[in-house]
Design a protein around this ligand. Structure first.
Ligand SMILES: Cc1cc2nc3c(=O)[nH]c(=O)nc-3n(C[C@H](O)[C@H](O)[C@H](O)COP(=O)(O)OP(=O)(O)OC[C@H]3O[C@@H](n4cnc5c(N)ncnc54)[C@H](O)[C@@H]3O)c2cc1C
Length: 481
């Protein structure tokens, strides 16, 4: 056991500086609590992190921000943290391609409705108006429920407040998103291809399996999509600067190895020293958290969820820089692959994110896709071969769909589930959050409060996937802690 670093007793120790840990540390420090945040990697951000090259900072995985309208988590967070930070609303949240068809997910509802009419010959106004109203109610309810899966009196009152309106749409809680589509859209195979790939990136699930209430939030995600100055590096830096300015402590390259309760205090052993804290917030995968914990009770709660957590995707990512001769109208592009492309690499779509042109550096591009983790278990010849096939596919798509000069491309690297595992400690490189199949699968998420003094944030916990939900989870912890 390493020496005791000091006699300070922290109010809260946060383990892991992904978006969950960063936002929790920021909000708790603002609450005047004495916090310390531990991160095993040399940069913060986790799956929404970055890495540095001569061309500038690359986003490792997450690139888009959403949740800024109607006082949703991101706008609340930026205001509450008093972060002065440049974000850009994307007029086209996502530009998608399949064969010769292109679908632009405009942020403006009227333009989106017109695009659906043009591309699929269907007037979607009534449907889109209806689901945007439901989406608003769902976010309001999420903001009021902090003790999931236990429902307190306060939660019940909140649900009752929104219940009359939500009850009118009760089927969203037992039907799939596909089931609530208007008949003409259901029968439009090309629309379903676009919809499924869109839902896959926003909810990790396709329309026939995705619970309708999850799908509504996921389908409308591009209407509220933002890019940020300096990408995730800019966003993470704005948060860490504020945490430090508010008196919080951030320890990088410091991996937490064990947490043990002695009398009323938690003793936190890292690779660098020993710390004491009254409360703990975990932002680590359940398997890592249960290994760190010595308490049977808390360890068991987390372990039970871990065994029960269902399927989680892996990711494959490729990084390039490029000199653009034309200005792109959208930063975010989704290429849905055809049979020919799939011969090169077995995946269904690629997501291209371009850094903002207002920056002086070269444009950096992060390309990601879902992948079955089991394809990658060791760094053998097959592994190297799959990486080069993935790189080849991405280069073809730059040319074939985005119509960009591949001569201007500079390749940086490809990462696999093994890379994700290495940098984020996620078992077998699983990323993105749980694939929900029904409302009951919400119960597989960890509660934000595990026990009296142990809390949980991040995309394994309520309310789940993506930066916007992860930050909502940190708000829940701020309220209940
Ligand atoms: C390729 C890809 C693209 C995505 N795109 C988007 C997007 O565009 N928009 C969006 O909103 N979401 C996106 N997501 C999802 C989003 O990135 C995640 O949901 C979110 O970032 C998860 O944050 P987290 O805090 O839960 O976990 P993590 O990011 O995994 O953070 C956990 C942190 O804990 C640290 N850690 C682990 N063990 C220890 C230990 N023992 N001691 C100290 N530290 C430890 C890890 O190093 C890590 O930094 C994407 C995800 C991926 C993989």
């Amino acid at each position: 056991m390493k020496e005791n670093k000091n006699d300070i007793v922290y109010d809260v120790s946060i383990i892991g500086a992904g978006m969950g840990g960063l936002s929790a540390a920021g909000l708790l420090q603002k609450k005047q609590l004495k916090t310390i945040l531990f991160e095993s990697h040399y940069y913060v951000g986790g799956c929404a992190g970055y890495f540095k090259r001569r061309e500038g900072f690359f986003d490792v995985g997450a690139t888009t921000l959403s949740g800024f309208c109607d006082n949703r988590p991101l706008s609340k967070f930026i205001n509450d943290m008093e972060i002065n930070y440049q974000i850009y609303k994307e007029e086209i949240g996502i530009h998608a391609y399949h064969g010769d068809t292109e679908l632009r997910y405009f942020s403006d509802k009227r333009e989106l409705i017109e695009e659906v009419r043009l591309k699929f010959n269907y007037d979607s106004r009534e449907f889109i108006e209806k689901i945007t109203k439901i989406e608003k109610l769902l976010w309001n309810v999420l903001d009021e429920i902090q003790s999931f899966p236990k429902i307190t009196l306060k939660d019940t009152l909140a649900v009752i407040k929104y219940a009359p309106q939500l009850l009118r749409h009760v089927s969203i809680f037992y039907k799939s998103f596909y089931d609530i589509l208007p008949k003409d859209l259901k029968e439009n195979e090309e629309f379903i291809v676009f919809l499924d790939q869109m839902l896959l990136i926003s909810t990790q699930q396709k329309s026939k399996k995705c619970p309708a209430f999850v799908g509504i939030i996921g389908f409308l995600y591009p209407l509220d999509t933002y890019s940020s100055r300096g990408g995730m590096h800019g966003f993470c830096k704005a948060i860490t600067d504020k945490i430090k300015e508010d008196g919080g402590n951030i320890h990088l390259k410091e991996q937490v190895q064990s947490v043990k309760k002695v009398n009323s205090l938690y003793h936190i052993q890292t690779n660098k020293g020993l710390y004491q804290s009254k409360k703990i917030v975990f932002n680590t995968p359940p398997s890592v958290s249960s290994k760190i914990l010595n308490q049977d009770h808390e360890k068991n709660i987390i372990k039970k969820k871990e065994l029960n957590k269902g399927h989680v995707w892996g990711a494959m990512t490729a990084y390039f820089s490029i000199k653009l001769s034309k200005n792109l109208r959208s930063r975010y592009h989704q290429v849905i692959l055809d049979q020919e492309d799939k011969k090169i690499f077995e995946t269904s779509s690629l997501f291209f994110s371009f850094s903002h042109p207002n920056e002086k550096d070269l444009i950096r591009v992060t390309v990601s896709t879902h992948i079955e983790k089991k394809l990658f278990h060791s760094k053998d010849d097959e592994y190297i071969y799959l990486k080069s096939r993935f790189k080849a596919l991405v280069i073809i798509c730059f040319d074939k769909y985005l119509k960009l000069e591949t001569k201007q491309l500079k390749f940086d690297s490809v990462s696999t589930p093994l890379t994700w595992n290495h940098y984020t400690q996620r078992p077998r490189g699983e990323v993105g959050g749980l694939r929900h199949t029904s409302p009951l699968s919400l119960l597989r998420l960890l509660p934000n409060k595990v026990s009296k003094d142990v809390y949980y944030v991040g995309d394994y916990s309520f309310p789940g996937q993506g930066i916007v939900s992860v930050i909502q989870g940190s708000y829940n912890v701020k309220t209940i802690l």
